[in-house]
Design a protein around this ligand. Structure first.
Ligand code: HEC
Length: 623
């Protein structure tokens, strides 16, 4: 808190200087000039710097001003905006953005009946990150309702556009014929699966990447999810009315990306952050965020327990510029926890440390007691991984470990061997896939490398957002953090995804980790937009006989589970006629993956973070 006051004062001082200077020069203090002045002083430093993690100014110019204001007030820019007065926020939002309303779907976008329905015993569903809390991302035959032949004949059934967004990154939840999906603009949408007509919307404080989970509570089915500013919400499924909301992490860099998991009236929320990136600012006292899992009562959001994964940070020194440094920190959890009800535990997969000293729970698979949150055992696969973004630039804030940044971004999968013995599968950004024994405190059963960093290849080349397993094989796609200058001269980003790096899908046998097949990456075609990359960072999805893998080139592909042959391929990089009348286009597929329910396939397209191709569309396919 003290740190925070310190930075506010520094910023506030600078802002006052700016206003005083403007007055002294007697400039015409019109709203445009005021907005431009705030932009130059407060935003341009980052947004013209063309860091692939930062949306370029051209992207800001496409956003409604209301949306930009939301990012400043509640969203990703909250900390940046602390020193800004209400007038300054309004001015810079109006200067940068469009005058379109933040969200305004036309009346024709809505269904005749605006009440959503969730039954007590849904026949088919994909509720949350995976169809079940073992996080296998495998939809069994009856619920999938798609044969291999039908997959070959999949066609676009409808497209839904996220108004004002330049990114689509939240995986839909589908329960019987009902779809719930969040958006980068922080809007939860309830839609009918067959037509894509809208029933209701709910505006959250921040962008929503987490999937929505429908959680039984008596005879109700509230919808729970987290946003990118540390808030967790419970909505009435039928109407979208807010039942409760709660901020579960006070650190201002917190973000709730992983989908909550639920069990017995309690919901478990993983907490990650973007503080790793804030280290790019040499005056930022790095780092103080602590990753955690928070257990809340479904009924009213009351905290049951909070389990931190890293000790409290202490002052460790200062940078060459005299900025204080703190540690340990980090160990965020990006992925949904995996439930093992039989053993009364959940398995979590953790990220790296941000500052020195590195600690034992970073880059680990850990088992937590469901009742107390106590860590029962952990298996650290990359010790000493303290890393932050400054390690790639001026190194002012880079910890002495200068680690490889090998987070686990994907959930562990709980499945079993043909003989019935349980096995935990985990894929890491390092390119390794691990099989652990949950009965023996995570003892290693096998490990297989699916990708290798090498000369000219980015350090992270492994599993990013998620593998899938049908019990026989585990399907792991390969990401890459490689960057290149954009090919499109109109792209103001300095770096986009490298069009030549990443990608490939590997099938390993669950029994012994041996390779069953490998489907090589598909290179971007000539003339593909900048940000095109063969990287397959998006989570993989499996159904009987088929594996779906989206790529940063914008294609969603269906691979035969037996041999890895591509049986279906749809290019989402184009404009779509949408059922809700919003101008929409597809881009990179990244983050979550395809959702298959009742003969339909749903996928979001347009993940512009990390230098991909922007887009804002939810697509629904059927044979
Ligand atoms: C310290 C660097 C930095 C500064 C200064 C900064 N931004 Fe950002 N901005 C970012 C980053 C990083 C992101 C992407 C965050 C993420 O990953 O969600 C971002 C994202 C955004 C977004 C998109 C948010 C969304 O919901 O998709 C908007 C709008 C935005 N910034 C506006 C501004 C404005 C206006 C200013 C000036 C008042 C500003 N930014 C100053 C780094 C910065």
């Amino acid at each position: 808190m003290r740190l925070f006051g310190y930075s506010v004062n520094v910023f506030a001082g600078a802002a006052m200087g700016l206003l005083a200077a403007a007055l002294a020069w007697g400039q015409p203090a019109g709203p445009k000039a005021a907005g431009e002045a705030v932009y130059k002083q407060r935003c341009a430093g980052c947004h013209e710097q063309a860091n692939s993690r930062i949306p370029p100014r051209t992207a800001l110019n496409q956003m409604p001003a209301g949306r930009i204001k939301r990012a400043l007030d509640f969203g990703a820019m909250m900390t940046v905006a602390y020193p800004l007065s209400r007038d300054e926020r309004d001015a810079v939002a109006a200067y940068l953005g469009t005058s379109a309303p933040a969200i305004a779907y036309p009346p024709g976008a809505y269904c005749a009946d605006r009440r959503a329905t969730v039954s007590d015993h849904p026949k088919v569903s994909w509720n949350g990150w995976s169809p079940g809390s073992t996080n296998s991302r495998y939809q069994a035959a009856e619920a999938a309702g798609l044969s291999i032949d039908q997959v070959r004949g999949l066609k676009l059934k409808w497209a839904f556009g996220f108004d004002g967004d330049v990114t689509a990154f939240s995986q839909p939840t589908v329960i019987d014929g009902q779809v719930f999906v969040g958006s980068a603009g922080g809007v939860i949408h309830a839609l009918r699966a067959d037509t894509g007509c809208l029933q209701w919307t709910f505006q959250a404080n921040g962008p929503v990447r987490s999937s929505v989970v429908s959680v039984p509570n008596g005879n109700r089915h509230p919808l729970l999810f987290g946003d990118q500013t540390g808030w967790v919400y419970s909505l009435e499924a039928e109407t979208g009315a807010l039942l409760w909301k709660k901020k579960i992490e006070e650190h201002d860099a917190a973000r709730l990306t992983g989908t909550p998991m639920f069990y017995n009236g309690t919901v478990f929320v993983p907490v990650a952050s973007w503080e790793e990136t804030r280290s790019l600012d040499p005056t930022y006292p790095c780092c103080t965020f602590r990753g955690s899992i928070v257990a809340l009562r479904v009924r009213d959001g009351q905290q049951v327990w909070k389990s931190y994964l890293v000790p409290e940070p202490k002052r460790t020194g200062q940078t060459k510029l005299g900025t204080p440094q703190y540690g340990p920190s980090g160990v965020g959890v990006w992925a949904s926890p995996t439930l093992d009800a039989k053993r009364g535990v959940m398995y979590i997969a953790t990220g790296d440390n941000y500052s020195t000293p590195a600690t034992p729970l970073s880059d680990s698979i850990a088992a937590l007691d469901i009742k107390t949150g106590r860590v029962l055992w952990s298996k650290q696969t990359t010790p000493g991984d303290a890393y932050n973004s400054s390690c790639n630039t001026d190194k002012q804030n880079c910890p002495s470990e200068d680690g490889p940044d090998y987070d686990f971004g994907s959930s562990a999968i709980l499945t079993h061997l043909p003989g019935g013995r349980d096995i935990l599968l985990a894929g890491q950004k390092s390119g390794m896939v691990y099989a652990l024994d949950p009965e023996k405190k995570g003892e290693l059963l096998w490990q297989t490398r699916i990708a290798t960093p090498g000369p000219g290849i980015a350090t992270s080349v492994g599993v990013l957002w998620g593998m899938a397993s049908d019990g026989q094989k585990v399907y792991a796609s390969t990401a890459s953090s490689g960057r290149a200058p954009p090919t499109d001269p109109g792209d103001t980003r300095r770096n986009v995804l490298d069009p030549k790096q990443g990608g490939g899908l590997t099938a390993l046998r669950v029994a012994d980790g041996g390779k069953a097949w490998y489907a090589p990456p598909i290179v971007c075609t000539q003339g593909a937009p900048s940000g095109c990359s063969p990287t397959q960072s998006a989570a993989v999805t499996a159904i009987p006989g088929m594996v779906f893998s989206g790529s940063n080139d914008g294609h969603l592909r269906g691979y035969g589970a037996e041999d890895g042959k591509i049986l279906w391929d749809f290019d989402t990089v184009r404009e779509f006629q949408t059922v809700n009348g919003v101008k929409a286009k597809g881009g990179s597929i990244d983050g979550p993956g395809a959702v298959v329910v009742n003969g339909m396939v749903f996928v979001n397209s347009g993940y512009s973070r990390f230098g991909g191709i922007p887009g804002n569309v939810l697509l629904a396919f059927a044979p």
